[in-house]
Design a protein around this ligand. Structure first.
Ligand code: TXA
Ligand code: MG
Length: 314
């Protein structure tokens, strides 16, 4: 078990000693370390059992700070940052040499974002380095949206968990790159395509489904519970020992204690907020497997469906 609390000075001191601290963000909890220090970053990969070829994103307090770490901010990227930072948006930008190759797994771009959480923003302002922070879960498993989730799985590997309550968005940031003529979305996330296009016009969408993508968060199988999960029509299930993840309405044929309903009012934001938490709960229930239904494929619903589909992939 790790120590859990809201002591910013303690978090700062540990991070300055190149130790790991879990931090709250509006999307999911991150496993943070000094992004400029190879020893600190190595600890992240080891604790998560994450392959070194999977690059980390870095967190900063504001756009002005980004210029210390990237060569250039294209106009569309600046516009998005002006509108949506702090928020669930990661920009892929050409990195400066100050960012170690280990952080970016040898890529010449770095993923950078300004998270929208008051505690973490305060912490970033106290530090004179950015924080590398992947989601604070073992590689491939469901991302954490509460301090207790982090503690359950990584508590024995980290020094401190900064507790900022439940993540408000509940799904990781949207990743946008600028290497093509049009900005490209590489990961669906908390900021919807609609919101992005309303700011900068039509974007490319290159969501990877292969088993060898440039961004392994786009691995075909990811975000998965330990139990077998499939995506389908929950109303056809008759086996009472199956766990159900419903969007609006539970199934009439399965005991209610084996079901979780993402949003009884059909609100996609609420569904996103509950998604990972409910998947964890189902994973811990005495059920044989889990069946989830997809949600309407619009707004943040696309990111929910992306996660469910990957969680179901073998
Ligand atoms: O919301 C989030 O983004 C959370 C919170 C903690 O900020 N972080 C997060 O990090 O989801 P992680 O490591 O779990 O997912 C980041 C994804 C990975 O799939 C990684 O491969 C991709 O971003 N990525 C990072 N840097 C990249 C780069 N330079 N080019 C392409 N993909 C990159
Ligand atoms: Mg992750």
């Amino acid at each position: 078990m790790a120590a859990i609390g809201s002591d910013l000075q303690k978090a700062k001191q540990l991070l300055e000693q190149n130790k790991l601290v879990a931090i709250p963000t509006e999307t999911v909890y991150g496993l943070a370390a000094n992004a400029l220090n190879a020893e600190a970053i190595t600890k992240i990969f080891v604790a998560k059992e994450r392959p070194f070829f999977d690059p980390l994103i870095i967190h900063i307090a504001d756009l002005a700070t980004a210029y210390n770490y990237v060569e250039h901010v294209p106009a569309a990227a600046k516009k998005l940052a002006d509108i949506f930072w702090p928020g669930p948006l990661t920009l892929l930008l050409k990195k400066k040499d100050s960012i170690p190759h280990l952080t970016t797994s040898g890529l010449d771009t770095v993923g950078i974002r300004c998270p929208n959480h008051p505690l973490t923003l305060q912490l970033l302002r106290l530090l004179d380095f950015p924080l590398a922070a992947p989601s604070a879960n073992p590689f491939g498993y469901i991302s954490p949206t509460k301090a207790a989730h982090v503690d359950q799985q990584l508590g024995n590997k980290i020094e401190y968990i900064l507790d900022g309550g439940e993540a408000r968005v509940g799904i990781e940031s949207t990743i946008v790159g600028f290497e093509n003529t049009r900005p490209t979305i590489y990961r669906m996330g908390g900021l919807s395509i609609e919101q992005i296009e309303s700011a900068i016009g039509t974007v490319n969408i290159e969501i990877n489904n292969s088993s060898n993508p440039i961004a392994p968060g786009q691995l075909k199988s990811h975000y998965a519970p330990l139990k077998k999960l499939s995506v389908g029509n929950i109303q056809t299930i008759r086996e009472s020992e199956v766990g159900i993840l419903a969007f609006k309405e539970p199934s009439k044929f399965i005991p209610l204690q084996n079901q979780r309903v993402l949003s009884p009012t059909g609100n996609l934001e609420e569904a996103a907020q509950n998604l990972f938490s409910f998947l964890r709960e189902l994973d811990q229930l005495d059920v044989s497997s889990i069946v989830a239904e997809l949600v309407p494929n619009t707004g943040i619903g696309r990111a929910i469906n992306d996660r469910l589909t990957r969680a179901a992939a073998e």
